[in-house]
Design a protein around this ligand. Sequence first.
Ligand SMILES: [Zn+2]
Length: 552
Amino acid sequence: MSTTILTGGPIRTMTDDPGGDLSGNLSGDAQVPEAVLVHDGVVQAVGSLTEMRRAAYVTPEEIDLDGRTLMPGFVDAHAHTILHGSAIDWVDLSGARSIDDVVRLLGARAEARRGEAVRGYGYDQSKLAEGRHPSAADLDRVARDRVVQIQHASGHGYVVNTLALRNAGITATTPTPAGGRIDRDADGEPTGVLFDSACDLLTGAEGVKVRNHGPNFHLPMTHAEIDHLFDLGQRSLLEAGITTMCDAQVTQLEMDAYLRARDEGRLRMRTEMLALSSNLEHLTGLGMSSRLGDDQLRLWGVKLYADGSVIARTAYLNGHACCGKPSPNGYLYHEPEELAALITTAHRLGLSTATHAQGPLPIGVVLDAVAAARAERPRTGLVHRIEHCGFPTGEQIGRMAGLHVVPVPQPMQVSLYGDSLMEEFGEFGGRFYPYGEFERAGLPVVISSDAPVTMPNPLEAVWAAVTRETLGGAISGEEAQQAGRANALRGVTVTPAQMLGRQDIGVIRPGARADLAFLDADPVTVPVGQLPKVGVTESWIGGERIAPIQVA
Ligand SMILES: [Zn+2]
């Protein structure tokens, strides 16, 4: 039971209390507290150094911030720890510009790790000179005697080599499962490209099956392999100062991995879990009528998928006049009635929901379902979220505010993909993740990474929400869609904490957990353009510095 005083640098409490520093004043000269007293993992008091010394029961250890800024540990409202670990461990294909590049990069790994399956992450066929997905035949050039498997940048699909197709028993006679896609050649032979529920075929007899409930990014892996990926993903999130995360797709594989990590003492982050809707029947059968868990690991709610991915151009923009173009590859995971029934079931059960929805039509389906569920049973303690929420109409944004439906976007995607969206969809494309409109409607500004879809760097994401600057130097949607800086900083701390129902994190105030991020510059006062460069020098959880994590 240690008692610590932290002092010697700006302390950004992220509270609106008097003495807090974000009540609209961003000039940096607002009253900032001088010191924080931490006892037994909890913030005891915030104020002057003299007051903190007086308030301590025992002689405290005093830690000099030495000019560093102290903030609450960041809260990432939507990320995927194990998948993020995969992206770190597997061959990075995001820079590949041709299929030869893909083969060469994988070949180097095959050489370096003999006997192991060769896995890659993040190819984007639209960036490849050939303008098509690689095929099994292409991957056979890497290896024929072991599995070669690469994941699409969207996380929604894989390409596998001939051996992997054979192992999975996928042939010309394999029917295409509902909610999935198996690309075939002129003779009906599978080409190696599998998307969404078709990936169920790759996970083996014992593996996770998600049916038409979302993308299946699971693979047959040993516990040791999964734990290794978990450790890599968790280390990366912690190094970014993220002390609480919400895992946005938990199936048996993730649940099992989290419980194992907790039991073995490897789980450090506070983790809120969203169980994939394919498990809803099991949750009902189990009598899950509320959140379950503790301070560190908790089942928070249910994750549902309405439509596809904006990056893969499979989001359902169909029939929407504003985009000016049909979206021939857009698809829905469920018929609208089926999705509505799933949301209603979760709400009746007592579980919050988070539904992936990008296009106006699927967003409308979610809003109708939430409105009906709330009318039947208000259950004000339940939160309903829309993950990503790429292209809501102005009218839908108003409805979201009225229904307390929280949008959870990833602003770094505006920076990374804003140019191509504006090129393709004009003004409609510039409205991607319309933070300015969310703000004006009174909706909370929540910022997340969807790691590994974008890298976990909360202050870079704040920069992206505030500037909406694209790689090409344009401003997506002009100034009207930019988020305010104070709200954006809340969006990686107190706002997602409150959305998750946690009053004890995301802020530095008496009674809060001492989950802290130490920063080498003050994100309230540095020039906006410097935000992505602000470094995290230390992360604390429950009053303890997280030592560098060794990954076996
Ligand atoms: Zn996600």
